[in-house]
Design a protein around this ligand. Structure first.
Ligand code: C6P
Length: 387
């Protein structure tokens, strides 16, 4: 049985062109870029091209910095803990403002900062599941606030926050703004010339690059206390030997993902809508979030009376891979504020299943997936009705 992968928000397949571009850096150009000999210096051209591709891909300017790191979790931790060290522990700010619907790499870090005495404000989304400028503005205290961090696109629902408005509000109030753009890069345009964020995180494996490579955009190269102290790599902002192969792979993956944005917006959206229509037509089924507010590849659906994990297992037996919310906190969906804000029926809110496509998803796979979803729903509902 051929397998169908509809869990691209968890991770994506490496683009074969990216794999090929990384190849020389394992056995031939394996030098340490910080070494003075040729093995070291011959890695420079590839790294420079990669950095150019990343700057172009997100619209960074020469005066900005992009710190290459291991993943978005690292980038998110770097911003939150750096701002804490610089502006709260060693400054006069007391507060970080965020939302109730962030990825655990933000929410768990905020929980820890709260345990250290930081005043954390977690905004609830509106009925559409979004954090709007009005929600942020209500009761906002610029004197106290060191940072606002709101994700660009939600990994479970695909809902896209109005990040430009939020960033502009923070700029007007003189407060730093960070966005976790892991699920936005490669799915929707991310142009930081238009969107005045101060910090932005991304992760290569979400856009067909290698796992274990990420980036942190820092407006105007603003200095933050680093998470990793040690060598002078990344201008002293992130110590540790640079993973040249992964950096090269991430650069090309970024370029290819940006080139494919039209395809994402047209073909991927079209396939997603077809699957979504089929799911929504099943009885007692709900798809969360308005289409126009979501990334083109994501569906979060809820099947009344069916337990999420049972659904995933049954669907997997039919050769289709989906997930119950995010890969690192599947069971947290019950407590997910986005769902609670959007679904009044508690039973529906317990059973959400995420389907996420990519530009490598094929039309025929959607036909097979639709049939498999229908069979799974019928089977699991028939079992539950016999008890
Ligand atoms: N979300 C999901 O199934 P890393 O793995 O550190 O590069 O990325 C973490 C991360 C941060 N922010 C967002 C919005 C994310 O979606 C993720 C990864 C996966 O939803 C795995 S939990």
């Amino acid at each position: 049985m051929s397998r169908i992968y509809l869990d691209n928000n968890a991770t994506t397949v490496l683009d074969p062109r990216v794999k090929q571009a990384m190849e020389p850096y394992w056995l031939q150009q394996y030098g340490n870029p910080n070494s003075l000999h040729q093995f070291g210096t011959e890695t420079y051209p590839g790294m420079n091209i990669a950095i150019d591709r990343i700057y172009t891909g997100i619209g960074a300017a020469d005066e900005d910095d992009v710190i290459i790191n291991s993943c978005a979790t690292e980038g998110n931790n770097t911003v939150l803990k750096g701002v804490w060290a610089d502006m709260i522990l060693n400054g006069d700010k007391t507060r970080i403002v965020s939302s109730m619907v962030e990825h655990p790499s933000i929410s768990q870090t905020l929980d820890w900062l709260e345990s250290q005495g930081v005043d954390i404000v977690r905004l609830a989304p509106d009925a559409d599941g979004l954090i709007t400028r009005d929600i942020l503005a209500e009761g906002f205290d610029a004197e106290k606030t060191a940072l606002v961090t709101i994700m660009w696109a939600n990994n479970e629902t695909g809902l896209i926050n109005p990040v430009k408005n939020l960033a502009e509000f923070c700029r007007e109030n003189g407060v730093l703004f960070h966005t976790d753009a892991v699920q936005a890069v490669g799915k929707v345009p991310v142009n930081l010339r238009d969107v005045p964020v101060d910090f932005l995180t991304f992760s290569a494996h979400k856009f067909h690059g290698p796992k274990g490579a990420g980036g942190l955009f820092v407006r105007n190269g603003r200095l933050l206390t680093p998470l990793l102290h040690g060598g002078e790599q990344m201008g002293g902002n992130r110590a540790g030997t640079v993973n040249v192969a992964f950096m090269v792979g991430m650069g090309l993956a970024m370029e290819l993902a940006v080139e494919a944005l039209d395809f994402e917006e047209s073909r991927v959206r079209c396939m997603r809508d077809r699957l979504e229509d089929a799911i929504a037509s099943l009885p007692d089924t709900l798809v969360l979030g308005k289409r126009e507010h979501r990334t083109p590849n994501t569906i979060l659906a809820s099947f009344k009376g069916i337990e999420g994990e049972a659904f995933i297992w049954d669907l997997d037996r039919r050769g289709v891979a989906a997930s119950t919310g995010s890969a690192c906190s599947s069971e947290s969906l019950e407590a997910d504020a986005t769902l609670q804000a959007m679904v009044s029926d508690a039973d529906l809110a317990h059973t959400a299943v995420r389907f996420s496509l990519s530009r490598f998803t094929a039309e025929e796979e959607i036909d097979t997936a639709i049939a498999a979803v229908k069979e799974t729903v019928e089977r699991l509902r028939s079992i539950s009705s016999t008890y």
